[in-house]
Design a protein around this ligand. Structure first.
Ligand SMILES: Nc1ncnc2c1ncn2[C@@H]1O[C@H](COP(=O)(O)OP(=O)(O)OP(=O)(O)O)[C@@H](O)[C@H]1O
Ligand SMILES: [Mg+2]
Length: 314
């Protein structure tokens, strides 16, 4: 048996013509096998070859499910689901967004008239015998959505009465996974049943973090929760990115918060950070993703860059 040559992440990046971070992501996600030596990875050349041989070989026919979660409120979870979904759609992927927040900000941002909904995620979680396809709506931004309504606030308690309360969403989406490349789940700002359902259904977790004082408060608890889900319910879950949001590039404070994040989570903090701009606040009112509203702006470019990393299109 001949030993395969070992490559560094940079060598693999150069060989595949991708960013080094993409290689790191492939390693972290387990799609590329490598062993860690100190801070560097050693990657067998054969594994790299295998990965790139048939161009579309990593399409399994099942959507990659990504939950955006942080129990801290107002950190740009919903904004990031909407814009990342739009960016993935723009790259040619089929995308479904699922709103798991009773506040329904994602649904409203996507232009859904939530007051007139007959079927929402609430019905799918609580009632039996419904076809999830009947709750799927199209959005102007491109991706499909399963919207939420305020009824969903009752689901926190009602889920407790169900068999395996944290795994209801996972069962709900099982039949629609083959229809999409990506399913993005917007979690509410709590660590209750709705967020647990989002995590239990997810392959990957992205944690948006606002670049300001106390930003990482609660992060340890969230990571511990993900770890528990991994051990008990969903072995394939992994945190892929910490996404710095609402970044004020001119303030020393924001830069310090970002540097601290990068020091604590090497290789996991997405770059570039999503900058703070009033255009992000204006775009939903215009019924648009930031990609349509300000396509050349830094925020649109950053969400496009994230979409490329997430999809391996980088
Ligand atoms: N890059 C940005 N620049 C400026 N404002 C932003 C940016 N991203 C998000 N916002 C604004 O911050 C607010 C909170 O965003 P969003 O609703 O996405 O956060 P969230 O984490 O989903 O909140 P919640 O925890 O309540 O669900 C919104 O008003 C949104 O428009
Ligand atoms: Mg939200």
């Amino acid at each position: 048996m001949t030993m395969s040559k070992l490559m560094s992440t940079q060598e693999v990046a150069d060989y595949l013509n991708v960013d080094r971070k993409t290689v790191l992501r492939y390693l972290q996600s387990g799609r590329l096998q490598g062993s860690k030596l100190g801070r560097e990875y050693r990657i067998p050349e054969d594994a790299v070859r295998q990965l790139v041989q048939p161009a579309s070989s990593d399409r399994t026919g099942e959507a990659t499910v990504i939950a955006l979660a942080n129990q801290k409120g107002g950190v740009a979870k919903s904004t990031s689901v909407f814009n990342l979904a739009a960016a993935l759609h723009r790259l040619g992927h089929s995308v479904l967004m699922i709103d798991m927040d009773p506040q329904a900000s994602l649904s409203i941002t996507a232009g859904i008239d939530v007051g007139r909904l007959k079927t929402s995620i609430y019905n799918l979680l609580i009632e039996t015998g419904l076809n999830p396809k009947d709750a799927i709506l199209k959005t102007l931004a491109g991706p499909d959505i399963i919207p939420s309504t305020i009824d969903l606030s009752g689901a926190e308690l009602e889920l407790d009465r169900q068999f395996r309360p944290a795994e209801v969403l996972k069962a709900v989406i099982a039949d629609i996974r083959p229809d999409y490349d990506f399913i993005l789940i917007d979690c509410p700002p709590s660590l209750g049943n709705l967020t647990l359902n989002g995590l239990a259904a997810a392959d990957e977790v992205i944690i948006p973090i606002q670049c300001e004082f106390l930003a990482t408060r609660g992060l340890a608890l969230l990571l511990k929760t993900v770890e528990k889900i991994k051990q008990r319910i969903n072995r394939s879950i992994r945190v892929t990115w910490i996404l710095p949001t609402m970044y004020h590039e001119r303030t020393v404070h924001a830069r310090e918060v970002l540097e601290e994040l990068q020091a604590n989570f090497p290789g996991q903090v997405f770059s570039p950070p999503i900058k703070h701009t009033v255009k992000v606040k204006e775009s939903p009112a215009a019924g648009m993703s930031i990609l349509d509203y300000d396509p050349e702006g830094d925020v649109a470019l950053a969400y496009m860059a994230l979409a490329k990393e997430v999809s391996g299109d980088a």
